[in-house]
Design a protein around this ligand. Structure first.
Ligand SMILES: [Fe+2]
Ligand SMILES: [Fe+2]
Length: 299
């Protein structure tokens, strides 16, 4: 390929995801060699929760991508097409990098296969729903991951508790969840929009996935012998589900998805996104050196 052709290709690549603010950054995260086994708050119960999250991301994000991809041909708007390309690229890389993290967790003795198998069974149930309903479920879960991302990037307590190197992977994922937070919803809206379908996502997703998440979290806690350490369990539950816990602050905001006039962009997170793009991928960004296509993905 000639130089001119290469430059054109580079420009086109930049146009596809980056121009619409959803750049698929080819991150190759340097997994810290000396990361403590309990990387969150030196607490096994809370760490097991984040291990479950990491385990369920690869199959979960495959489900998200598939539920959007099957409606891709019905999109005429070139901007939404580019956003979908950015979304698919970002989610594919999230899955890949979490796989690598999961490999490390496996080596450290966490039975990551358990949440993986459990969530796959739950996703299989969701796959029995009509395709449009599956997409509505995906848009609801993307609302959740956007709230999770916002919480990760703003919750100072969270940062204090987490291993400073390990948390970088979570920051990157959180930022990109905010960058593409409206894509699935916009694809769903493009098909028409049913408030009933949106309301139904809550029992469907909770029924199919919550038992897998809670069950495999409990399994990891028991398997690590933490039932003999009630102080750890108490502290972990407080960090996540206490009055000001990490999860507690997210759940009340989930209901917005069922409102008639819901749209992800009604809650403005652009300033937060700008700040974190600079922190992670700016000139002195903490992860800039780990992105293979930094130039093509600089917004
Ligand atoms: Fe993701
Ligand atoms: Fe996402």
């Amino acid at each position: 390929m000639g130089v001119a052709a290469q430059q054109t290709e580079k420009a086109v690549r930049k146009l596809a995801g980056t121009k619409v603010g959803i750049p698929p950054r080819q991150l190759n995260f340097r997994i810290p060699e000396q990361a403590p086994r309990y990387f969150y708050g030196d607490n096994g119960t809370a760490t097991a929760f984040f291990a479950v999250l990491s385990a369920i991301f690869p199959p979960g994000e495959d489900f998200f991508v598939e539920s959007v991809r099957r409606f891709r041909d019905q999109i005429d708007d070139p901007e939404l097409k580019a956003q979908v390309a950015g979304f698919i690229g970002q989610e594919a890389i999230h899955g890949r990098e979490h796989e690598r993290l999961n490999e490390m967790l496996r080596e450290q003795g966490f039975d990551i296969h358990a949440p993986d198998r459990a969530i796959r069974a739950g996703l299989w149930l969701l796959e029995q729903l009509p395709h449009r309903q599956q997409l509505a479920c995906t848009a609801m879960m993307e609302h959740f991951t956007a709230l999770l991302g916002e919480q990760l990037l703003t919750d100072k307590e969270f940062s204090q508790h987490a291993d400073p190197e390990m948390i970088q992977l979570w920051y990157w994922h959180a930022l990109e969840e905010l960058e593409h937070k409206a894509v699935c919803y916009d694809v769903y809206e493009n098909l028409g929009n049913s408030q009933t379908e949106r309301a139904l996502t809550f029992p469907y997703v909770a029924g199919a996935l919550l038992p897998a998440i809670v069950g495999s979290w409990g399994y990891l806690v028991v398997r690590d012998g933490l039932w003999r350490n009630p102080a750890d369990v108490r502290q972990g539950l407080k960090l996540l589900l206490g009055k000001n816990g990490f999860v507690t602050r997210i759940l009340p905001r989930m209901g917005a998805y069922a409102k008639k006039d819901f749209h992800p962009d009604k809650h403005d997170t652009q300033a937060l996104v700008k700040t974190w793009r600079e922190k992670l991928f700016g000139e002195n960004g903490s992860l800039s050196a780990d992105v293979k296509n930094l130039e093509a993905t600089t917004v």
